[in-house]
Structures are given as C-alpha cells and as structure tokens.
Design a protein. Structure first.
Length: 466
C-alpha cells in the first residue's frame, strides 16, 4: 500500500477504530422490554429473581410442600407477565420474538415449573455461572453468552436431575434475553395467506435459497459447507447475465473511447458556451450510437437483491429450529452438520467454543481473497484505460493522468476501507457468512479470468453490431 500523506493514514486508522468499536458494542432498546428492566433495580437478574420469589409468597404456618406449590403458582405468573410485548414487537419484524416466547418458551417453562422439586436461591456468588451469564457484556473476544447458552440447555434438557424452581425462572429470563438480543434470528419459514405479500422478499428469494442450501447439504451427507458452496456457485452463475451486461457496457466504453477522445480534442481549446453545448451534443450522439446509457450503470444493482437474499439465508439458517405451537416447523439447524475444518459455521467468534483462532484465520483469508479480487479488477481496468488512451496526444495524456490521480487515490482508500469493513463483518458474524464471502471472492476472480480470455472475441462481436 502507498499513501501520499499522513492524513490518509490517519483517516483510515480512525475509520478502522470506529468500526472496531462499533463491532464490539451492543445498542439495546431504551424502553424496558422485561419486568426486570422496568424495575430499575440495583440487583442483578439472579438476585432479582430470588428476591421476587421470596417476596411473592408468605411462608408463615405453611408446610414445605405448600410453600413450594405457592411459589410455583407465583413463578408461573412471573414468567407469563415477564415480557413487554409492545416494546419487543415495536418493530413488526421483531414480532416473531414475541410469538416464539409466548407460544413455545412460556409453555415449555410452565411445564418445567410443574416438575420443580425444590425452591432454593440460585447461586449469586461472584464465581457463579448464573451471575456471569446475567451480567455478561458483549466484548471483542466473545460475541455469544456461552454461560447463558449452557445453563439454558441444562435446564431445558431436564435429564432427571432435581429441578430448582429459582433456576428455572432465571433460565427463562436468560432465554428471553437470548431471544431478543439478536435481530437476525428469525427462523426461516414460507409465509402463506395474508402474510404472503408482506413477506414477499422472504418468500421469493430467501426461503428458496435456504431450502436449496439445506437440501443440497442433506444430499451430500448433511454437510452444510457443501450446500453453501454449491448454492453460492449456482446463484452467482444465475446472476452471470447481469455481470455480462455490465462487462459489455465496459467494452462498449472502450470501443467508443477513440471517438470520444477526438471530440474532446476537437473542443479542447474552445471554452465558450456554444462550443461546450456542441461538444455535449456530439457526445450524446456518440453514447446513443454505442448504446451506452444509465441503464448499463444500474445493471450491477440488480444483483444486490440476490446477494442480499443469500446473505439473509446464511444468517438465519442457524436459528431455523422447529418450535411446537408456532408457524416455525422447519428444523434445518438440527438436520445438517455445520462443522468444517474444526470451525462451527453456525457459531461466531466465541472463545469458549474454540472458535476464536478459526475465525481470525477466516478473517485473514476473506480479506486476502477480497484484496486479490480487487487487485485483479484494477489491473484489468488500468490495462483497458491504457489501450483506450493510446491515440491521445502526449500533452493531453499527461493532463489526463494528473486529474485521474486524485480519483484513483480516493478509489484505493475506498477499497481498503471496504476490505477492513468486510474483515470486521466476518469477525462479528457467524462463521458461515465468512465462508460465503470467501466463496464469492474466489468466484469473482474466476469470473474475471474467464472474461479476460473472452473479451477480445466479445468486443469484435459488439463492433460488428454497431
């Protein structure tokens, strides 16, 4: 990398720092989404649950069984009234969180409460996993709350062990936090009826791609990496005509460049308004002759919905689990094997699962392939520009190179920023998304290599059509 001033280095460093800080922080809803948050207490969640259950039941003159039964009744009321539906579902896209909590989680935990055999205070010592889970703050070495996930699994598994009522309520509260902290955790489902049109993007693009990914994975032994690889290649290949149209536009620009240079040379010394108007008219006729227009510039944007859909599919497959009592019946996350070279593609950089080093390696690979892809693209563009500028007089070419220098510097800075952003994106996301970007970068390089070999023939065909 070469930078012309320390200002550019400082700018990139500041932007990288801001992106890094943003990736390591969570911005939550300012309104209380649970009764614990609404209490505004100094107690942590575990202490709050213990206190609530103690205060909710009078123990005077009652047997242990009577006290336990009353605590069960109170605990059921506590979890049924725990969430604020309106706050959680303030944005319609988060309504699924309320639906799953109300129709699946609460019935599950009501059943667990019935099975409780004791009601002792949940451990609130500083070394307690419960306290660590309840006071967890997202940081740069672990995105997921591992203690919370493991504690919830232990309670919900109910392996015949003695169930503590307080632990069950604490687990439910942690479950709610887990459900509502991630805004991309909606299970994938095909919406029907009135909901079809409001979820059109999901139904037409996200669901079919996710379904195809899972089916291909199952076809090849249940390995998710194979389904992800084949689906990405298929989707990119289907989108190839759009890429080809964009490439044709570039070739047309290269074909018309000599004539465009002549027009610019013709009016180089004439700066009056009449001459400028005439130059614009001749250039417009030239663009029309070569069929170069705004539509060609917009072609790359047609790929965006396709790539966005596969991104959504990869993001949400890890959360696609069957929930009894809800519309979410697909159990894809449990049907396929997400492991690849020691990395779990359904998990993020969480150090507790041994993912951290693997994610770092994945970040390096993604940035490396992105840099290589951009370098090949820029090299190709530079070669095309040199060929198109061959007929320009030396003095005009020098002036052109000087004006072009500033734009190229800005483009390089943007390229470096995009690579840093992609690296941070992979670092803060599920590993599967990093694999997807890596496959996409490799495919882009192959695409450019194929086009570079066929461009000469394609340009000749375009020339004959004019």
């Amino acid at each position: 990398m070469r930078f012309k001033s320390y200002k550019q280095i400082f700018f990139i460093a500041v932007m990288f720092l801001l992106l890094f800080i943003t990736s390591c922080s969570c911005v939550g809803n300012t309104q209380p989404k649970t009764s614990f948050a609404a209490d505004e207490t100094d107690k942590n969640l575990i202490e709050w649950v213990n206190t609530k259950i103690d205060e909710g039941v009078s123990t005077e003159g009652k047997t242990e069984q009577q006290i336990l039964d009353e605590k069960k009744t109170f605990a059921k009321e506590l979890i049924q009234n725990y969430i604020n539906d309106d706050v959680i579902a303030k944005k319609k896209k988060n309504q699924y969180q309320v639906d799953i909590i109300r129709n699946y989680d609460i019935p599950l935990y009501l059943g667990l409460i019935d099975k409780a055999t004791i009601s002792n205070h949940t451990d609130t010592s500083t070394e307690s996993k419960w306290v660590k889970a309840a006071t967890y703050v997202r940081n740069c070495t672990g995105a997921s709350n591992v203690d919370s996930t493991n504690l919830i699994k232990d309670i919900e598994a109910n392996n015949g062990e003695e169930l503590n009522l307080n632990d069950i309520v604490c687990s439910f509260a942690l479950k709610v936090e887990e459900r509502t902290v991630n805004l991309e955790s909606e299970p994938i489902v095909f919406y029907t009826g009135k909901a079809f049109w409001s979820h059109l993007f999901n139904n037409l693009l996200v669901f079919p791609m996710a379904w195809l990914m899972v089916q291909l994975s199952n076809l090849f032994g249940g390995f998710y990496i194979i389904g992800l690889l084949i689906t990405t290649i298929l989707v990119r290949t289907i989108a190839w005509p759009i890429y080809a149209k964009t490439n044709d536009m570039t070739l047309k620009m290269q074909l018309m460049q000599p004539e465009l240079n002549k027009i610019q040379e013709k009016y180089a010394t004439r700066q009056d308004d009449r001459s400028k108007q005439m130059m614009q008219m001749e250039m417009a006729q030239l663009y029309k002759k070569y069929k170069v227009g705004l539509s060609g510039c917009l072609m790359p944007f047609l790929q965006f919905p396709i790539f966005m859909a596969i991104y959504r599919a990869v993001s949400r497959i890890p959360y696609t689990i069957a929930y009894e009592g809800t519309i979410y019946k697909n159990d894809w996350a449990n049907e396929i094997n997400p492991r690849f070279l020691g990395i779990n593609l359904f998990e993020d950089r969480t150090a507790g699962t041994g993912q951290f080093i693997g994610i770092i390696i994945l970040v390096v690979v993604v940035i490396g392939t992105q840099f290589l892809s951009q370098w090949i693209s820029q090299r190709r563009q530079k070669k095309n520009q040199q060929e198109s500028q061959a007929d320009i007089p030396a003095y005009r070419r020098q002036s052109y190179e000087q004006t072009k220098g500033g734009a190229q510097t800005s483009m390089k800075m943007m390229m470096y920023m995009m690579m840093l952003m992609m690296g941070l994106f992979v670092f803060t996301s599920k590993a599967g998304l990093g694999i997807y970007w890596c496959i996409g970068n490799l495919y882009s390089m192959a695409q450019m290599a194929i086009n570079s070999k066929t461009n000469a023939k394609r340009m000749e065909k375009l020339r004959k059509k004019l």
